[in-house]
Design a protein around this ligand. Sequence first.
Ligand code: CP
Ligand code: NVA
Length: 312
Amino acid sequence: MSNGLKGRSLLSMTDLSREELHQVLDLATLLKFQQKVGQPHHLLAGKTLGMIFEKPSTRTRVSFEAGIYQLGGMGLYLSRNDLQLGRGETIGDTARTLGRFVDIIMARVFAHKTVEDLAKYSGVPVINGLSEREHPCQILGDLLTIKEKKGKLEGLNLCFIGDGNNVCHSLLLGCAMTGINMSVAHPAGYAPLPAIVDEAQKIGEENNAVIKVVEQVVDAVGDADVIYTDVWVSMGQEENAEDKQKKFSKYQVNKNLVKLAGPKVIVMHCLPAHRGEEITDEVMDGPHSVVFDQAENRLHAQKAVMALLGAG
Ligand code: CP
Ligand code: NVA
């Protein structure tokens, strides 16, 4: 496979160029087909993926572990508490050591700097499996899902309802890179980071994507092709939980909100969902919801990422 991604890390959506992002989506589509028809695709035969987890996970853990196996390699689950990290070994030394054993590292961490340090010191490609700042693997699976459901990305309107969190950040960058107009509606005090909004707006200008941040849900949802939401309280931010319960009740994706967008809208959620908080059962289990197709596409998108970064 000829590609310029070989040996690089994916810590932020912006670690990919626009062309490379589409290369990931195209390879993901091929690998999905091959998996469905039972065609072997051992692009990483004999390679090992080290998977560091500082936080819990269902989708990320299982999709990476199954994904590397399907590519002919193997995954090692490394929980922070089982590593010497839990007893004070530094990230730098952990990275230098793991880089001698494994071919790729995937890490789910609290501080974004941890994935940066892993990339700096390990000497192998590092994939961000969620940090407080970004969740790029999620958004690659999401863009694949939107493309499958809508037949295109450019020119669509996506509205994100809720907390300006890691998922929102990567979505802002991913939409800007692929020409999707994105509006974020958030309660006061929970806006996405201004630096990321600025960056997304600049990237958006190059790709004809309008990126907006508003406080009123009705200002965001009007002509949406996609409504996207995530939990009110992200992992590691539990100290704000009480304030959020009060402020977020108007930011629920429910039947009335979906009606504002029209019949063709799809509803997305990165999962896990807190049913009855940011999304109702009726919407999550209803005809507009694509949340489990979205979850499945994590597998295919991440296999493409691993194959491109880890090939050779
Ligand atoms: N969406 C997502 O990353 O899910 P997990 O927390 O289960 O990995
Ligand atoms: N924003 C959520 C996403 C979980 C996949 C969190 O960080 O907890």
